[in-house]
Design a protein around this ligand. Structure first.
Ligand SMILES: Cc1cc2nc3c(=O)[nH]c(=O)nc-3n(C[C@H](O)[C@H](O)[C@H](O)COP(=O)(O)OP(=O)(O)OC[C@H]3O[C@@H](n4cnc5c(N)ncnc54)[C@H](O)[C@@H]3O)c2cc1C
Length: 409
């Protein structure tokens, strides 16, 4: 029997992947298993950013994973990205989660923006701006972060972002504060969501602006410490922006497009889930390998592994279906399935890590083994905005009982 990490999380023929998809995903898996896995414990212990891993991602071309080929990237689509991110997470959750923030800045401005409605002038302007942004990544190895959260209801889409972009000559002046900004102090650009608002304008979610703020810009500060339970290598400290001037070409999406994307392309928010699916697989892999090393004869252990495998297969099947149907204007059923997949993945990852510790026993909790890190990292999944566990439950419940726009009035 081969080592579990030698086999893909999703067997390409069984899941009908193309050779090209399988090859791109295999590159990510190889990098994870050979380079990231041996370094993961140290980043976790020090709560330090995986800088060496990012050097490897850059050298392997994986910073441009979802950048279209005509712009020098690898041209991977949503599904291929999701499977590759899950493979990386099997080796290092923090690297996968931060890679997600970076890759989304290219996926959203790339393939996803292609599906949105824009007039010809706006489309041409977006094309010119995203070319600048892609070039920075492909040619200069620039790293992007995605700091959206502000510690209020804006990240879940309930209120406008409190970070404000005031129009000024040649661009905007941005002021605000973002919490849990993964890659803070290590990204070259912060892809910030803010509310574009002239002095007399009321804040509206329709005016959400997605803009790349250079980390070196005047008025940008990384503050606070970082010593969390899990996902320690993400280095998600607080970012403060004080009257930061940002030029017009820094817009990652044209005016109004983020709002359109959030409404019409909901799977854009499912991209945190691959990390946690990879962690679920990692918890299972660990258990199978650990028990095979001399502790497998007990029927009790065999039943526990069976329970884990069933939960894993359930999560994988639902998740694969949901990421396969990511596209513009999904049906109400597909939307609800995406929430269900997010909820299931986030909850299953931590549940499997819990079962893995119970099944393997005391030794599996030692810091010298990866399971206790997987347990801590996986706990963060259901907290991730905008699709936290509670938000998913609320939307699934409401969407199952009411049609769109329907009320009891
Ligand atoms: C390791 C880590 C890395 C992160 N990286 C990033 C990042 O790179 N970028 C980024 O933008 N954010 C990031 N986050 C932040 C994350 O997405 C959440 O925004 C954050 O965890 C919310 O914390 P809070 O204390 O403000 O909780 P709250 O927002 O107060 O949430 C507490 C609970 O209330 C529920 N809740 C909140 N609002 C609603 C609502 N309107 N409806 C229903 N339920 C609701 C939530 O489900 C949640 O369980 C990261 C978080 C962690 C832990």
């Amino acid at each position: 029997m081969s080592d579990a990490l030698d086999t893909p999380l999703f067997d390409p023929p069984a899941y009908r992947l193309t050779h090209e998809q399988a090859d791109l995903i295999a590159r990510a898996r190889k990098l994870g298993a050979e380079r990231f896995a041996p370094r993961a414990a140290q980043y976790d212990r020090d709560a330090s950013f995986p800088t060496e891993n990012y050097r490897d991602l850059r050298d392997a071309g994986l910073l441009g994973f979802c950048i279209p080929r005509q712009h020098g990237g690898l041209g991977a689509g949503y599904l291929t990205y999701s499977l590759a991110a899950a493979e990386i997470a099997r080796s290092c959750g923090a690297t996968a989660l931060t890679w997600n923030m970076h890759v989304c800045s290219t996926l959203w401005t790339g393939a996803l923006a292609d599906d949105l409605q824009m007039d010809a002038t706006t489309r041409a302007e977006h094309e010119r701006r995203r070319a600048l942004h892609f070039r920075r990544i492909v040619a200069d190895g620039a790293i992007y972060a995605q700091p959206f959260s502000e510690g209020n209801a804006s990240a879940v889409g309930a209120i406008p972002f409190g970070t404000v972009a005031r129009p000024v000559d040649g661009g905007w002046s941005v002021t605000g504060r973002k919490v849990f900004a993964s890659l803070s102090g290590h990204a070259d650009y912060y892809g910030v969501l803010c509310t574009e608002r002239a002095n007399d304008e009321t804040a509206s979610r329709r005016n959400t602006l997605y803009v790349a703020i250079p980390a070196a810009a005047q008025g940008v500060a990384v503050v606070g410490d970082w010593d969390p339970l899990g996902m320690r290598g993400t280095v998600s400290r607080t970012l403060e922006f004080s009257d930061v001037f940002v030029e017009r070409d820094a817009a990652l999406m044209p005016r109004g497009m983020y709002f359109q994307a959030a409404s019409r392309w909901p799977h854009m928010f499912l991209t945190l889930s691959p990390t946690y699916l990879g962690l679920a697989q990692a918890a299972y892999d660990f258990t199978a390998r650990y028990l095979r090393g001399g502790r497998r004869s007990s029927v009790v252990k065999q039943l526990a592994v069976a329970e884990m495998r069933i939960k894993l297969e359930q999560a994988k099947t639902l998740w694969f279906q949901a990421v396969s149907e990511a596209h513009v204007d999904p049906t109400p059923e597909q939307r609800l399935r995406a929430y269900a997949a997010q909820y299931t993945t986030m909850e299953t990852a931590n549940d499997l890590a819990r079962l893995a510790i119970r099944t393997c026993g005391g030794h599996s909790m030692l810091k010298s083994l990866p399971l206790e890190r997987i347990y801590r990292d996986s706990r963060c999944g259901s907290l991730m905005a905008p699709w936290t566990a509670e938000v998913c439950l609320e939307r699934i419940g409401h969407g199952s009982l009411y049609n769109e726009g329907e009320t009891d009035e």
